[in-house]
Write a protein that binds this ligand. Sequence first.
Ligand code: 9YT
Length: 143
Amino acid sequence: MIVRQLEEIQGTEREMYAENWVSRRLLLSVDGMGFSLHDTIIHAGTETMMWYKHHLEAVYCIEGEGEIESLSDGKIYAIRPGTMYALNMHDRHVLRSRTSLRMVCVFNPPCTGNEVHDKDGAYRPASRQEADSKNSIAARRIE
Ligand code: 9YT
């Protein structure tokens, strides 16, 4: 069993900073779960374009207010505590925060730890090597 506290992650390599957000990665590829789990703060008054071409992401807002715009059809959805969105079509989107947002994010395949957005707002795909090491860790846990 893996049990972690957010405070254990803060200030370690599992805490990633970008201009508009800070992401605390509670579960990563190396943990062998098949997904990663992030507690992410989006800074107030920011606009972030994202396009996770290589990942599926579900996001659950637990604090704050903002909106998400789907760039394929221009639809805008309000975000407030209790709102979930799932980028099941690898949807290009813009996230706008009126206040600071606290989001619980799940990525499949899992992030490996040090991903930051590229020029398209994407994370690089998980490499074969990372996938193999994840599988061997999962296998070791089962043994
Ligand atoms: C909500 C969102 O997509 N924020 C960007 C950061 C990302 N979710 C992460 O790595 O935690």
